[in-house]
Design a protein around this ligand. Structure first.
Ligand code: HEC
Length: 126
């Protein structure tokens, strides 16, 4: 009986630890964005991200964009957001079809599809 309890306790411990790591990496995916963005309409270093999902590129009137001078003829759907959060520097060239296009946003290197989905879920909810 004592042995069974020990096993149960250590199983609970292992589950507890892995549960913690999962929560930590979830938080890390979009908490990175908070260095420069609010998940509200309020701008910070970058434009406010509330309502950005499905919005036209460069549509925050309170923010002075850099990339829009090269083009803004797309909306922030899943495909665009995934490329953007993986490598905005490369994505802006593809979105505008201009090899010289630049953006003020540094590449975030969130290229893992599961992490990208977490960020998109957060954007949809903001
Ligand atoms: C180091 C600062 C920084 C970080 C970190 C950052 N961004 Fe940005 N972001 C910017 C800046 C600055 C712009 C405006 C770019 C421009 O004008 O060229 C921007 C623009 C954007 C836009 C375009 C919004 C619009 O209205 O067109 C989206 C979407 C975006 N960021 C999403 C994200 C997401 C998601 C993350 C986290 C994975 C993130 N950003 C992390 C600085 C940052």
């Amino acid at each position: 009986m004592k042995k069974v309890l020990m096993i149960a306790a250590s199983a609970a411990f292992v589950l507890g630890i892995s549960g913690l790591t999962a929560t930590d990496s979830n938080a890390a995916a979009w908490s990175k964005c908070k260095a420069c963005h609010n998940f509200t309409a309020k701008k910070k270093v970058g434009p406010g991200l509330a309502g950005v999902f499905g919005r036209k590129a460069g549509a925050d009137p309170k923010f002075k964009y850099k990339y829009t001078k090269y083009g803004s003829d797309w909306s922030w759907d899943e495909a665009h957001l995934k490329k953007w959060m993986c490598n905005s520097k490369k994505a802006i060239k593809e979105f505008t079809g201009n090899k010289k296009a630049k953006t003020k946003m540094p590449a975030q290197k969130i290229c893992d599809p599961a992490k990208q989905d977490e960020v998109i879920a957060k954007l949809k909810a903001s």
